[in-house]
Design a binder for this molecule. Sequence first.
Ligand SMILES: [Ca+2]
Ligand SMILES: [Ca+2]
Length: 349
Amino acid sequence: MIVVLSAVLLFGANIAQAEEPLYVSVGQTTGNLYGLYTTSNEMWAVATQRCKDLGWKNLVFIKSADVTSEVYDLMYEAVGTAYYWSPIIGMNDLDNEGRWLWNDGTPVSGYTNWGPSQPDNHRKEDCAALEWPFNTWNDIDCGREQPFICFQEPSEYKRSQIDDRLFSIRKFDVEKGTQEMARSGCKKDGFRLAVVDSDAVIAKIEKSINWNSKVGYWVDGTHNCLNADNCEGSTSYVCEDVFPLVLSNSREDYTVGNTIEIECAGSGVSTVNVKWQRQDGVPTDNIWNEPLQKIEPGKATLIIKSATLEDSAKYKCSAANDIFSPSRGYVTSINITVHPEAIKDAMSP
Ligand SMILES: [Ca+2]
Ligand SMILES: [Ca+2]
């Protein structure tokens, strides 16, 4: 099953949030965490450093077709196909023309995905970006300022221990604030004040955000204050995402004529609006229709009364909390495949 758990932060964020990624997703095959940054375009060297400063491993390394596919999903969910953003990726041939290295110094060999006629080193191009529709590579001028994609490997952000929880730092608009102000600050944007109830959570927060070791941060749970004895007079706090989606049924293989019902539910500080969508046409068309479904507060049940081969389309369930602005949403996809009856019969003894 492919589950893309994504967090969208639309524009409109205040300055304290300026370094929030536009979009974060977890690649289900590799487990990598990806973040797309678009709020300020940067050149390769600055973007590389920015990823590291923000707690990521680096600009994304695309060493397999799986990563290509996951990054494509990230871009597709974040910006659809209406944009030509060409995000920078983590490779260069600065030291030795034509000898491409990932930013960690490993050679680009084995898997490559250059676009047609690339790399062409046109007027000296030693860095690289993803070319629309976000899956092939083009060498570009290292001085070009572009959006960029950072990534982190699963062993580093310890996803299994913390169940996909994502944390981010906020600063009070005023000089300092109380825990109650921190709670409402998170809630205003569709988050909750981070619930810290174990050392694993603290480790996750330390790894996933770029915090100042000299500052105390308001949190909730068994701890009230991270990184300091008390947070009276603190200027910052930690928010976390609150409504991951859960599918009632992860079965993917069906036969023509089967009935399919999958409930998708989300929970959060305010009731989320959940709905199923179906992608018709080829993926690059970005045409999503609403299939038959039963929508209730906080959940939606996809109903396919008699499955057809065409149902092997990509379904996704999305949830948004539209009470607050900027809005925040999640998407979960399931790869339903409907097999012809004949194949099933042929396989039977
Ligand atoms: Ca070059
Ligand atoms: Ca080029």
